[in-house]
Design a protein around this ligand. Structure first.
Ligand code: ZN
Length: 106
């Protein structure tokens, strides 16, 4: 044990801000014009939904839960990522909220 082995490569420098980068820009989202210091707009390449400030965690959640146009493969892929980040309980409670509308008979 002469040397400390380095940790398996974790992308430390991109781990700031709580929203780790992802592959959403690889065909899923279109990065738009720079809005302000460090902020860019984004457009969903499937449903053309527009965000003034791109935040990968928001965009991933869109693909996972809200996008009506992306493939189910894409939605499931990001649902897994979003579910990991938020915790499954939170994802489940969201689904419950949605189905509650159908159950209320008023
Ligand atoms: Zn979309």
């Amino acid at each position: 044990m002469l040397y400390n082995l380095p940790e398996p490569s974790v992308d430390n420098k991109s781990n700031k801000g709580g929203c780790p980068p992802s592959d959403i820009w690889d065909g899923h989202m279109i990065q738009g014009a720079k809005q302000s210091k460090g902020h860019y707009s984004a457009t969903c390449s499937y449903c053309q939904n527009f965000w003034k400030q791109r935040k990968p965690c928001i965009l991933r959640e869109h693909l996972a839960n809200h996008c009506q146009k992306c493939s189910s493969e894409t939605a499931m892929y990001y649902a897994k990522i979003v579910g990991k980040n938020l915790g499954e309980a939170e994802v489940n409670s969201k689904e419950d909220e949605d189905s509650e509308d159908e159950w209320t008979s008023q």
